[in-house]
Ligand binder design. Structure first.
Ligand code: BMA
Length: 858
């Protein structure tokens, strides 16, 4: 072919390409602009942001103060007792109206919403978690169209249902009805399919908003449209992965359609199908040769394939696509000599799950930015996590959250949105739940990150162990039977059936914690939430002995750091018992429990800022027992998810990053505790031991070097040995009776340093102290540090003459991220860390401060 012909061909193909791009089957028009809102029956209309909510719109218009500042939340409780109206106008041309179908698609309405199109009611919605679609062709007109949504007060709706019910459902103790000034302090949250945490939680404010929380669009098409695409993985081996693409197509009439399935633009399969009228599914099988597998973080890459389905009808096209990861995953529940296993097997390999519980990032969901989500998942990845649990008192996260998890290798334990309460079970409620499950399973099932569906958070354990069954019985046997039937209908019927129907290959677990359907938790058969530390005031060491097959919750509180406190409180509030700080502490036992544990191990901090710092160290050191204890117990225990990674407002909570996404000490400890290779020195019964845990899928030959050093750097004892660390294993390599080990030691001036070395390189290290910090004779270190500008970040190199314990750098109120913080520097040791910040070197030098534990107490 001559060059000219080739050039002409290219131009032709380009023109054809342009043409076919304009020839879409489906036209989508976003309706997220020009919105106004007003209180019902008021004439004052104000600009509104969609997606958004009443509170953020009132804030943006200067009608309310920042709800997070000091006690402002308390003055905003009137908002949820009102009805609110949102309205907009949009223009359409006749061409669009001539389409066969026109549908309004509401991705999320929070919650009781009556929708009017050109003054005609077209929808009455009552579930925040559902997607609502309405046929609107007959209501639309050429030119200007009016869309209005009336949100009825979720509190008034809840009160009507509550009063009509005749008995009180046990639970919902987190519903802060009293703060909310709800008539009779009635806890109405369970009646409404709306994020539970909006009504308050033991780490959250009570701000029950309403609004259009996900986008709205108008969809118009002729002939047919793609309603859904599901990619089902049938089989994988080294050479081949087999799939079925299931296309759900809605056709207006019988018509011939060409269907193409592509991977990154390359055809995998093409076919012609005679579409039937109505909603039907069409299946196409395809293979991918030499598949590259998707692995959880730490075990390999996260390869994603872009699978696109394209439907072509009379030259008009529409496509749908998913990014899939090729991997197998199952939850293995096999009887063994101790009970029944509970572990995730990924690509044939048992994988210990390292992670955290995840709550919404803001009390107002639409305020969570892309950047925040990216930062949250980056934190998880950086912290060596491979799983997050999307907990049932929030909402099914945005698509982006799961996309990021796919990319980062973070598996998702996905709860359905039910937590800490018994729920109604009337037919209307069950039908609503069924559709909510359908919508969300279909939306999320193609993500490789989704690992399991879980019915609810802590309802079963509360019914059996927290007196809820009794509370129901006290209202009559009939009530009790009815409440339990509602439970089994939702969690043993509706939800597992939805998973079976829409995502049959995924595992369903009815309640966390439990040891199987309907059976309360124990330590030998399933997952456990361990709150003996915290609620039971048991010592931190218990984390290493109270171990189930999978630890899906445990935690300890801390306040946000000083920089964060300054954002919501004033100097006169700087006392954990001040009204403001108490209002930003929602655990009924919060402050006293922190103090109880703190004074067991530390002396009294000398001031408020010192208290915050010790609180962080305390939380981190406490949770360290769990991170290491659970991992040492593998393969008996195969998961450790602490409560909780993030916050939804500035508050004292169990979180490892605060509302402003600042890393608390705990986050740094988590990063270390979840390193693929862990060396863990610990006390057990009368012994001191050292275990090594290896998550890598290869054996490691190394040297275990153990030393006792005094705080001034003098070596008092040492021993080293060559060790072979099996892949995916935990093994004890050193054990000695503690008393004999400590003979002639001074436990208040010495520490136990353990390292795994390979050649000269220290692969991993850890430090164990023999006594609580309050008994240690901590020297006053002279820490010297130098900051230089590196390529991507500043480098800080530091040394200390004697032990510097829990060295903490801050930049005052300035922003920056230290690659490590709250760490111990041994006498004479040099340490290098990185600092990422926008500040100049001169600015850093002006604001940087450090503190160590020795100067912190009275
Ligand atoms: C568990 C969680 C949450 C709660 C946390 C702290 O019960 O499921 O409900 O916030 O503990 O109390």
């Amino acid at each position: 072919m001559s060059r000219l012909c080739l050039a002409l061909l290219v131009v032709l193909l380009f023109l054809l390409g342009c043409k076919s791009q304009n020839q879409n089957l489906m036209i989508v028009k976003e309706l997220n602009s020009n919105w106004e809102f007003s209180e019902k029956d008021s004439v004052n209309w104000l600009p509104a942001k969609v997606p958004g909510c009443v509170h953020t719109d009132l804030l943006a218009n200067g009608k309310i103060e920042d709800p997070f500042y000091r006690l402002n939340e308390h003055d905003l409780q009137w908002i949820d007792k009102k009805d609110w109206i949102y309205k907009t106008e949009f223009k359409l041309d006749q061409k669009l109206l001539n389409k066969d179908r026109l549908v309004l698609d509401f991705k999320g309405l929070d919650t009781y919403a009556d929708v009017y199109l050109n003054d005609q009611k077209v929808l009455s919605a009552d579930n925040m978690f559902r997607e609502w679609t309405v046929d609107v062709k007959k209501y639309l007109k050429s030119g200007k169209n009016k869309l209005k949504i009336e949100f009825r007060s979720p509190i008034h709706e809840g009160l009507n249902l509550y009063d009509a019910n005749g008995f009180v459902y046990p639970g919902a103790e987190n519903d802060q009805a009293e703060l909310g000034q709800v008539e009779g302090n009635k806890r109405v949250s369970i009646y409404t399919r709306k994020a539970g945490y909006h009504y308050g939680w033991d780490w959250g404010p009570r701000l029950v908003s309403s609004g259009i929380w996900r986008p709205i669009c108008l969809k118009a098409w002729d002939n047919a449209r793609i309603k859904d695409l599901q990619i089902v993985q049938n089989e994988v081996n080294e050479d081949l992965a087999r799939f079925t693409a299931i296309l759900e197509l809605e056709a207006e009439q019988e018509v011939l359609a060409g269907i193409q399935i592509q991977n990154d633009g390359m055809d995998l399969v093409t076919s012609e199908v005679q579409l039937k009228k109505g909603n039907h599914t069409y299946e196409l099988d395809f293979d991918i040769k030499n598949p590259k597998l998707w692995w959880p973080n730490g075990l390999g890459d996260q390869i994603l394939y872009n699978i696109k389905a394209q439907v072509n009808i009379n030259g008009k096209k529409e496509d749908a696509s998913h990014r899939i990861g090729i991997r197998t995953i199952d939850v293995v529940r096999k009887k063994d000599e101790k009970g029944t296993s509970f572990f995730f097997r990924v690509n044939g390999i048992p994988v210990f799950m390292k992670g955290a519980n995840y709550i919404p990032n803001d009390i107002f969901p639409t305020r969570v930015s892309k950047e925040q989500l990216k930062k949250a998942i980056a934190t998880a990845k950086k912290s060596n996590m491979n799983m997050l649990r999307v907990w049932g008192g929030g909402y099914y996260e945005d698509d982006l959250f799961y996309d990021l998890c796919d990319e980062a290798g973070i598996l998702v334990w996905q709860d359905f949105m039910f937590a800490c309460a018994m729920y109604p079970g009337d037919q209307e409620f069950l039908d609503n739940v069924r559709l909510e499950a359908r919508d969300n399973i279909k939306r999320l099932r193609n993500h490789p990150s989704i690992a399991l569906w879980c019915g609810n958070n802590e309802i079963l354990v509360a019914w059996n162990n927290w007196g809820w069954k009794r509370q129901a019985k006290e209202q009559g046997e009939e009530v009790s039977a009815k409440v339990w039937k509602a439970y089994t209908d939702i969690f043993h019927e509706v939800l597992p059936k939805a998973v079976e129907t829409y995502d049959p290959s995924r595992f369903y677990w009815s309640s966390s914690p439990s040891s199987g359907t309907g059976i309360k938790p124990d330590l030998i058969n399933g997952d456990d939430h361990y709150w003996g530390v915290w609620w039971g005031k048991e010592p931190f060491e218990t984390y290493a002995t109270h171990i189930a097959r999978f630890m899906s919750e445990y935690g300890f509180q801390s306040f946000p750091e000083m920089k964060s406190v300054r954002k919501y409180a004033e100097p006169e509030d700087y006392d954990i018992y001040s009204e403001v700080m108490k209002s930003h502490q929602r655990s009924s036992i919060g402050n006293e429990t922190i103090e109880y544990y703190m004074l067991k191990d530390y002396k009294k901090p000398k001031d408020f800022e010192s208290f915050l710092y010790v609180n962080h160290v305390l939380q981190a050191e406490g949770i360290k027992f769990a991170l290491e204890g659970h991992r040492r117990a593998m393969p008996y225990c195969m998961g450790s998810l602490y409560w909780q990674m993030n916050d939804c407002w500035p508050v004292a909570s169990w979180s490892s990053t605060d509302y402003y996404q600042e890393w608390k000490a705990l986050q740094y400890y988590v990063k270390k505790g979840f390193e693929p290779l862990l060396v863990s020195p610990y006390f057990e019964n009368d012994s001191i031991k050292v275990a090594v845990v290896n998550d890598h899928l290869k054996e490691i030959k190394a040297k275990l070097v153990m030393r006792v050093l005094d705080f001034y750097g003098k070596e008092k004892w040492s021993e080293s040995k060559d060790i072979t660390i099996c892949k995916n294993s935990s093994e004890v390599f050193f054990s000695q009776e503690f008393k004999s080990f400590l003979q002639n030691r001074n436990p208040n001036r010495e520490l136990f340093l353990v390292e795994v070395q390979m050649g000269k390189e220290v692969l991993e290290r850890n430090i164990l102290y023999f006594n609580p910090v309050k008994d240690l004779e901590l020297p006053q270190p002279n820490v010297e540090f130098r900051i230089t500008k590196g390529e991507e970040a500043y480098e800080i190199s530091l040394t200390s003459d004697v032990l510097a314990k829990n060295l903490f750098f801050t930049l005052g109120d300035e922003d920056g991220f230290f690659s490590d913080n709250y760490f111990d520097v041994l006498a004479g040791e040099s340490v290098n860390i990185k600092l990422e910040t926008e500040l100049s070197l001169a600015e850093i030098k002006k604001v940087i401060q450090l503190r160590t534990l020795d100067t912190t107490f009275e």
